[in-house]
Design a protein around this ligand. Structure first.
Ligand code: ZN
Length: 232
């Protein structure tokens, strides 16, 4: 959303190289960035960051000690957000990671529950998948959040040691065991007390739970969670 060029110059550039909305493909106006206003308004913001014991916190805090939890949007199978996440994960539109991360960071800055965060950790992607995709989308989101909150990003702390691709056929417990075994904490973080785990979309919470468990095995930490979209 940051822009350094003037509106007049942007309008001129748009005439030659029209930019399109990633949500609905409409031509963007000079004051719009990545999404048209109508797609922006259609996104279901949660406001979960304004209440500590919100439904997401309640869902996750039964599994591990949690300071705070929020999601920028509610995730729906259809609609603008699922299109953005699809483009980010499977279509190489990596710029959406920064765009969504900056939006998430603005919400975290408005909340009193995330102001003692002193480090950010993205949910890891298996190295093979990261190589294939070219990036880890959770890391792009986390990078933008770390930049705006002015705290360090620790992207080499958690590692995915197993490529867990076909877990859909497994039962809930087996799935949880597989994911827990797939994530390892490979580095201790010095001088951090309250870390924020970041992912793109949270559905069951199993992956974030596995990340939290591996971190807590290595050191005593306060942990919070922020995601771009969640299903409750
Ligand atoms: Zn649109």
């Amino acid at each position: 959303m940051k822009k350094s060029i003037s509106p007049l110059f942007q309008s001129f550039i748009d005439l030659i190289f029209p930019r399109h909305c990633y949500g609905c493909s409409a031509a963007l106006r000079f004051y719009e960035n990545k999404l048209c206003l109508s797609c922006q308004i259609s996104l279901p913001l949660t406001s979960l960051h304004l209440t500590r014991e919100n439904p997401l916190y309640q869902k996750l805090s039964t599994r591990f000690p949690l300071e705070a939890a929020t999601s920028l949007f509610y995730f729906e199978k259809e609609g603008v957000l699922s299109r953005l996440i699809y483009l980010l994960k499977y279509n190489g539109v990596y710029q959406l990671g920064t765009f969504l991360g900056e939006w998430l960071a603005e919400h975290l800055k408005e909340s009193p529950f995330f102001d003692s965060i002193d480090g950010i950790i993205p949910v890891p992607l298996h190295p093979k998948r990261k190589r294939k995709r070219g990036y880890n989308q959770a890391e792009l989101i986390a990078e933008a959040v770390a930049h705006l909150l002015k705290v360090p990003l620790y992207s080499e702390v958690l590692m995915r040691i197993r490529n867990t691709t076909s877990l859909v056929l497994l039962g809930e417990k087996e799935r949880e065991n597989e994911i827990t075994a797939a994530i390892r904490c490979i580095k201790k973080i010095e001088n951090a007390q309250h870390l924020l785990l970041i992912d793109d979309v949270l559905t069951t919470g199993t992956t974030l739970n596995a990340c939290a468990q591996s971190l807590r095995k290595e050191q005593t930490l306060k942990l919070s969670i922020a995601v771009v979209g969640c299903r409750l």
